[in-house]
Ligand binder design. Structure first.
Ligand code: MV4
Length: 494
């Protein structure tokens, strides 16, 4: 086993990783920016080191600083979490050079999966069905036009340098093609430093279904079933679940095998996700995420496998602790991302101080978070407050349990998206499992539903109002202190 792990991340995922370290008896090291001095993850770690100013570019993204702390603290491995340096091949190779184990795939695999066109080409070679489109970058307008003609409109132009939706442009007809090409290339250049773009057939309202895979250094690759992540807004996932209501066990078996074969083909070591678009009973490879994902807990809830512990085992050169035929998917899990954002005001971020905080509990509930009462969510990073994950014996039980958990959840002081989640859990199409990537745009009643639900649950807030009568409590404490001191100073010495 590795001996000491530096966690190069913040917030809930840093704590998630440190929890696995603690269960394995491995000491953990936190690195934190000046904005995170008071954060829970920095306190949870066995050691914590400041690495610079709040902007991520000067702290969490500073490769040299992170490596310097790893060396100074004697950490022999680094877990990058998600985001920040997690899929940066330069960081992985810097670790490799310095003799520190990077908990993730090799820099070669990160490089390959980061280049979306190369990944598509590799998957075609592996016999994986990809969305109809190109296997190389667009050389120019003429080439783009002939390919679009071939696959038929609408098409979508995507930057090769980055996944996740940034810069993607939908093209309905040939007339729109030149402008779309130009704009995607411009965004690709400024965002990813690479003008390369590629073309795919555009699928309207597909489902987003992804498979969790694990590969060890002995060549074993398994999958832990799928997650459906169709409920997203501006490429930000908001609700994820496992299993997908759209898959039969036959299709799950088939897609899982394709995902595992894809990982095997590239020599994948570590935890990863193979993303597919699913439409009209057919599935198409989209991209590989070479990291542990935000939504990994739903898979942990239905399979019982601790994905982060597996990552650490893999990096330590140990075999996976479970074989494919031993993987059982039991029941149904749903995750709601609880964000500091105002769902009534175009989901604008609302960082700030949490005056009062009470998270749900009881049967089948998991809350992954890095916040506490009186904690201030800094404005510099992702405004996620927590992930609320529930498990039920079937999807209906998971939904009713999620409604119950959301009812219990009290966050006072900052606006948050709990009303949005309550509205979705009551949405008839969500309940029927009729999902697609355009769900939020198409469900036009969600805003009214949220308002109605907030009105309905006002009495509860009033019942809990003592929780946020902070000023009155402080005044009372101040009065007691004043009286005590008066007594102390006015008593004549005996
Ligand atoms: C697509 C697609 C339809 N057809 N690809 C990829 C990353 C994910 N976050 C969005 N992606 C999509 N890829 C093909 N071939 C639809 C989406 C998509 C989307 C695209 C543009 C603007 C908004 C979108 C919302 C959800 C899904």
């Amino acid at each position: 086993m590795v001996k000491k792990i530096l966690v190069a991340n913040r917030g809930e995922i840093a704590i998630r990783v440190m929890r696995a370290c603690r269960e394995l008896g491995i000491p953990s090291v936190a690195v934190y920016s000046e904005a995170d001095k008071g954060a829970l993850f920095a306190k949870y770690a066995d050691e914590a080191y400041s690495i610079g100013p709040p902007p991520a570019a000067e702290s969490y993204l500073n490769i040299q600083k992170v490596i310097d702390v790893a060396k100074a603290s004697g950490a022999d491995a680094i877990h990058p979490g998600y985001g920040f340096l997690a899929e940066n091949p330069k960081f992985a190779s810097a670790c490799e050079r310095e003799g520190i184990k990077f908990i993730g795939p090799s820099s070669r695999v990160l490089e390959l999966m980061g280049d979306k066109v190369a990944a598509r080409r590799e998957m075609m070679k592996a016999g994986v069905s990809v969305v109809p489109g190109t296997d190389e970058c667009m050389a120019g307008f003429e080439q783009a036009r002939s390919i679009a003609d071939e696959i038929g409109y609408p098409v979508i132009i995507k930057p090769s340098g980055g996944g996740g939706g940034i810069g993607m442009t939908i093209v309905m007809n040939e007339g729109e093609l030149p402008k779309a090409l130009e704009s995607t290339q411009a965004i690709a250049t400024t965002t990813f430093g690479l003008a390369d773009v590629y073309i795919e057939k555009y699928l309207s309202n597909p489902r987003h279904i992804e498979f969790q895979i694990l590969g060890d250094s002995k060549g074993n690759v398994i999958h832990l079933g799928e997650r459906e992540c169709s409920i997203q807004r501006r490429h930000q996932k908001l609700i994820e679940e496992s299993p997908s209501p759209a898959l039969t066990s036959e299709l799950r078996c088939k897609m899982g095998e394709v995902a595992a074969n894809a990982a095997r083909w590239v020599g994948y070591e570590g935890a990863g996700t193979v993303e597919f678009l699913f439409s009209d009973g057919r599935f198409y490879f989209l991209e590989v995420n070479a990291r542990v994902q935000v939504e990994h807990p739903v898979t942990e809830m239905v399979t019982g496998v601790d994905i982060v512990k597996e990552q650490i085992r893999i990096t330590s050169g140990l075999p996976l602790s479970i074989k494919q035929e031993e993987v059982r998917m039991n029941g149904s899990a749903i995750e709601c991302r609880i964000n500091a954002e105002d769902p009534l005001n175009d989901f604008v971020p609302t960082p700030g101080k949490i005056k009062s905080y009470h998270s749900p509990g009881g049967t089948g509930i998991r809350v992954d978070s890095g916040v506490y009462t009186s904690y201030t969510i800094p404005p510099f990073y992702d405004p996620m407050i927590s992930k609320l994950i529930v498990w039920g014996r079937d999807r209906n039980e998971a939904i009713t349990r999620m409604r119950r958990a959301l009812y219990e959840y009290v966050i006072i002081g900052i606006k948050n998206n709990i009303p949005f989640h309550k509205a979705v859990m009551e949405n008839p199409r969500f309940v029927k499992g009729e999902l697609g990537t355009h769900f939020i745009d198409r469900e036009t009643t969600l805003l009214e539903d949220m308002k109605r639900i907030m009105e309905r649950e006002k009495p509860l807030e009033e019942k809990l109002s003592h929780l946020f009568e902070e000023k009155r409590r402080i005044a009372a404490i101040a009065a007691v202190v004043a009286i005590t001191q008066m007594h102390h100073y006015t008593q004549p010495k005996q």
